[in-house]
Design a protein around this ligand. Sequence first.
Ligand code: BES
Ligand code: MN
Ligand code: MN
Length: 445
Amino acid sequence: MSDLVDQVKSVLPSVRADLEDLVRIESVWADPDRRAEVHRSAEAVSKLLAQAGFHDIRTVSEGGAPAVIARRPAPAGAPTVLLYAHHDVQPEGDPSQWASPPFTPTERDGRLYGRGTADDKAGIATHLAAIRAFGDDLPVGVTVFVEGEEESGSPTLSALLAAHRDLLAADVIVIADSDNWSTTTPSLTVSLRGLADCVVEVATLDHGLHSGMWGGVVPDALSALVRLLASLHDDDGNVAVVGLHQGTAADVDYPADHIRKETGILDGVTEIGSGSVTDRLWAKPAITVIGIDTTPIAKASNTLIPSARAKVSMRVAPGGDARAHLAALTRHLEEHAPWGARVTVTAGDVGEPYAIAANGPVYDAARTAFRQAWGVDPIDTGVGGSIPFIAEFANAFPDAKILVTGVEDPATQAHSVDESLDLGVLERAATSEALLLAALGALDR
Ligand code: BES
Ligand code: MN
Ligand code: MN
């Protein structure tokens, strides 16, 4: 074991350099102008895997973003482990809000800053480190699957899975795309929420009208939209849509002061919703308005706005059905517009939630590996975020054991400005993964 730990340590500088090169590629699949960058990052990932001893490597796509599938065969009698990560990243937002340029990896105080340093190019780095630590002798068969459109809701994942099912089949699936309890305590993620979103358009007129001539009699669409959106929560901030699923979270003591510390919620702003923090984050639905199209203030004139749209995003608690939840949200929006305003709902992405029964030899091996690498036991946690890949692969390979690990920590700020990776966490995550592969190779089957 200590040899392997040392091996990870010794490959880490090269892995970190490779991670930095990946971060320099602006692989934002959601931005139509940067799709070539996503192809470039798939190329880069595939090169790194070739250097790591993979001969069977292909870059595949089914009309969507390129994904990389690379395989090294299992030694006789050993299981095959699928290592998942994604090479696409979220848009960087306003670059002037970043302390260092978003696509220039920059170290400060033991953290590497840049878009994708954690979510999820660090997942790729973790897999590379674990693989490189073994050199030519992997204890298990390894299939690396690096997706390129996770941040866009993985729209062509089912098609990829259907087209390459045989290549992707595995006994154990390790998904390095989640969070840790802290930089010193790892998490084993045992549940994730699903996601369903839509665009709602509200119309009251077929053209704008003078707001002085008609205001007070004719409703404007933006006021109608705002009232409709307000109906999605009750006064305490609980979701008010009927028919949504809720459950109970893993039993974890979540210190109340963490919320203010980890989110930077402004002084005086209160939390919303009722119930424990973990129930609200992991086991209950949430609804957020994530964008609005309407007249910008710079173009505002005294005109009643004829139509306006908003994008509404819902998180679906584990145990719920994302499509049924989208239908419930759609029904609510269609039924709650004030003043007879016309409502059109256009369905967006859906991703199913997932909960894992994390017991048995594979999960025991993972917990042991975590304990050896981090020096403390991992905590079973839920997360509020979504990885649609998981339910999709769990359905396709019902016997595979799914382990959700990751390289994020509470200070990571994924999707926001100043995203960062704790370099110590990268080392511990890579060490745990290497130890896990060794343990899986030694498991009785
Ligand atoms: N890595 C995240 C998922 C995640 C979030 C894990 C928080 C643990 C904690 C992933 O890249 C992500 O952002 N997923 C999207 C999925 C969506 C686009 C379907 C999400 O949760 O919004
Ligand atoms: Mn991710
Ligand atoms: Mn993400």
